[in-house]
Ligand binder design. Structure first.
Ligand code: ADP
Length: 411
């Protein structure tokens, strides 16, 4: 080797921060730089002449000799022990991890192998620490996940509880609101009653009074026809008063939800006869009822009081809003499931623009004029029909007449 190369080599060898050991074919150490001496715990020159296997733990030495011979046969620069953890041994027999790269040179025809050795202790320690902290991190993460899960469950349970609470409160609030609304309606109803009573009661009561005193006079003069006429007037005034009172009573009960539906078997023919007789006594002079209720199966099943009230209300409206002498028709169509009642008159009819309000409480059509009434009847009828599970509809032509149809289940 020329001097310069020699010198350069020596400088690299001495100043390298990596341990470099050169061995001959037999594995004897020819050169070892200061870093390698320090790494293995030898004094300066202490490694020269030793065998490379002396720097290995006992259990790998034999295998190493085989590897070394293989390398001598096919020398090429390469890292050593690919994929294996390499371990070296210090002078004091302590072991430490290393990584080794191999190279070779030839001096005077002899192959010299150079091993570049790095102490991997720190690196391994760092790797292990990293691994440990990664494992720890995984443990933390899984604990955290568990905590989050349990918190989420707690939170969900709390949310559910809260939702329940909100529902309970909402319900209570609604009930209170409803009660308040009902209370308000009843109060409104009461004050309306007072104002209607003071207005509507005056005419029939004064009729009763004047007819009664006239009857006295006609009695004395034995004018029987006139007496009869005034008795009739008293009767219809009292009927009218009774119907107003009945409407208010019904409405009060409906508002308070106090009307129980009591269904029973009703002998249809007898029932219609009774209604007919009752309504006949209230009709205006010359008015007559045309009943067509044939083929009704016997008996029908419904609430007799409510049904009577509905029919009575509709028939008396037909009479009230028709002239003297006009007919009133009632047709029944009853099968096993449904009873339909159609009440038709040839009276004053209902103006088109009023028709949408017909079932509103206290509503009276613009052509009701002097006909006595409170505007409660149809509202009550509708609510009664609904209580029986049925429905009501009507059609009317102003000046010509009206048809009211109700259908109720009678199974
Ligand atoms: P009321 O007869 O006491 O006024 P209702 O509730 O029974 O109250 O009827 C409401 C309004 O509907 C009546 O004021 C009247 O204007 C109109 N009405 C009801 N039935 C008839 C009918 N058969 N023909 C014409 N108008 C009617």
């Amino acid at each position: 080797m020329p001097f310069t190369s020699n010198e350069t080599f020596r400088q690299i060898f001495q100043s390298s921060i990596e341990a470099i050991i050169m061995v001959d074919k037999e594995g004897r150490i020819i050169l070892a730089n200061p870093v390698s001496e320090r790494m293995f715990g030898y004094e300066a020159g202490g490694l020269t002449g030793k065998y490379i296997e002396d720097l290995l733990p006992e259990h790998v030495r034999k295998r190493h000799v085989v590897y070394r011979n293989e390398f001598n046969e096919h020398p090429e620069p390469r890292p050593m022990g690919m994929g294996r953890d390499l371990v070296a041994k210090r002078r004091d027999s302590t072991e430490f991890p290393v990584s080794v790269s191999l190279s070779y040179t030839s001096i005077e025809g002899q192959i010299m192998v150079m091993a570049f050795i790095s102490d991997m202790t720190e690196r391994k320690r760092a790797e292990e620490a990293l691994k440990r902290s990664e494992e720890q991190l995984l443990v933390y993460a899984s604990e955290l996940e568990k905590k989050v899960q349990s918190r989420t469950e707690d939170l969900n349970a709390t949310i559910k509880e809260l939702e329940k609470e909100v529902k309970v409160r909402k319900k209570a609030e609604n009930e209170a609101q409803n009660a308040l609304g009902r209370e308000r309606e009843l109060n409104e109803l009461k004050s309306k009653f007072v104002s209607i009573a003071s207005h509507e009661f005056r005419t029939p009561l004064s009729t009763v009074l004047s007819s009664a005193s006239l009857i006295d006079q006609y009695n004395e003069r034995l004018e029987k026809d006139k007496v009869k006429k005034h008795v009739q007037r008293i009767k219809s005034s009292v009927n009218h008063l009774t119907s107003i009172l009945n409407d208010f009573l019904s409405l009060g009960k409906l508002e308070e939800g106090k009307i129980d539906v009591v269904k029973e078997r009703i002998a249809a023919a007898d029932f219609f006869k009774e209604v007919e007789e009752e309504i006949n006594s209230t009709l205006k002079p010359g008015q007559h009822l045309v009943v067509r209720c044939e083929g009704a199966p016997e008996p029908i099943y419904s609430d007799v009081r409510i049904l009577r009230n509905i029919l009575f209300n509709l028939l008396s409206n037909a009479s009230k809003y028709s002239d003297h002498g006009k007919p009133i028709y009632i047709t029944c169509e009853v099968d096993e499931k449904t009873a339909s009642f159609i009440i038709r008159d040839e009276g004053i009819g209902i103006p088109q623009e009023d028709q949408k309000h017909m079932f509103d409480r206290f509503f009276r059509a613009s052509n009701a004029g002097n006909v006595q009434g409170t505007g409660l009847g149809l509202n009550i009828v509708k609510r009664y029909v609904e209580l029986l599970g049925g429905n009501i509809s009507f059609s009317s032509e102003y000046g010509k007449g009206s048809i009211f149809t109700i259908q109720i289940p009678v199974e």
